[in-house]
Ligand binder design. Structure first.
Ligand code: SF4
Length: 145
């Protein structure tokens, strides 16, 4: 089984109520498990955009960085809860690989927005990507398909 960011499959779970439909993600076959960590963590859709401030996903998991919205609300707990749910789903389904949305503070792999809400990016994984990687799940983004 392969975890796939649900927004890549045309599901309207993105912060603005839209999606990031990607044809190659839709052609991955039937052994896919859609996940949206931000919804799994209890956030509503639509919701304010959020970014990691002070580090990357690993730093968030270690308590050394936080996730805040563009209005300054701390949503770190939701992001960690969503990552834990995504890992739980990976274990339940036996998924060993994930195709995740590039640059997202949850799903981004090796590159995420930098916390300034200026469209700038930095190296690092999103919170869910960091947790999945720590448990040995192979990660790629839609760009790698
Ligand atoms: Fe949900 Fe991840 Fe897509 Fe964001 S990038 S909408 S958290 S699946």
């Amino acid at each position: 089984m392969i975890l796939v960011s649900a927004c890549l499959l045309g599901i309207n779970c993105k912060y603005n109520g839209k999606n990031n439909r990607h044809d190659k993600a839709l052609n991955l076959g039937s052994k896919i498990v859609p996940i949206c960590p931000e919804q799994l963590g209890g956030l509503s859709t639509p919701r304010p955009p959020a970014q990691i401030v002070g580090g990357d996903g690993s730093d968030v998991l270690e308590g050394n960085a936080c996730v805040v919205t563009d209005k300054g609300s701390d949503v770190t707990g939701h992001f960690i809860a969503g990552a834990e749910m995504a890992l739980k789903i990976a274990r339940l389904t036996g998924a060993k690989k994930a195709v995740l949305k590039a640059n997202s503070p949850s799903c981004g792999v090796n590159c995420i927005y930098d916390g300034t809400f200026s469209h700038s990016k930095r190296c690092g994984n999103g919170v869910t990507a960091a947790l999945l990687k720590a448990y040995g799940i192979e990660l790629i983004t839609e760009i790698d398909l």
